[in-house]
Design a protein around this ligand. Structure first.
Ligand SMILES: [Zn+2]
Ligand SMILES: [Zn+2]
Length: 133
């Protein structure tokens, strides 16, 4: 698991693959893992790894699915299509709830998230109202 001295590790590769897959999902909508291969140019093995990581790892991706995420201040519920910008940061634009506050561009972990409606900042974890915390 240690990083090799060649720089590019399996972990880096997986993360890059995941970014590609997520981008396709954002722009093309829901795709099965069989459609994702041709869409992303990844092998079916890579796609399987990415999907497994997404399902097992970052237990996020609940946006628009029963209102489990909402602004603690004004109760606004973000949609899958809403976007946050990594700023100050790498200026990457993505849905922060897809990654539980981690920027896919630079890996910065955002502990607070701004509401796109009331513009108040709240702790990222406070947005999740599934009973934890
Ligand atoms: Zn960033
Ligand atoms: Zn709000």
């Amino acid at each position: 698991m240690a990083a090799g001295r060649n720089g590019r590790t399996v972990r880096d590769l997986r993360r890059a693959n995941r970014t590609v897959v997520l981008q396709r999902l954002y722009f093309d909508g829901p795709l099965s893992r069989f459609e994702l291969g041709p869409a992303t140019g990844l092998s079916s093995g890579s796609v399987s790894n990415v999907v497994a990581d997404l399902v097992a790892g970052d237990r996020a991706v609940r946006v628009g699915d029963g209102g489990r995420i909402r602004c603690p201040k004004c109760q606004w519920e973000p949609a899958k299509t809403d976007r946050w910008r990594c700023s100050p940061g790498c200026e990457h634009v993505w849905n922060t709830f897809e990654t539980r506050g981690r920027c896919p561009g630079c890996d910065k972990q955002w502990t607070d998230t701004v509401c796109l409606r009331c513009h108040e900042w709240s702790r990222h974890d406070d947005w999740y109202c599934d009973g934890q915390g």
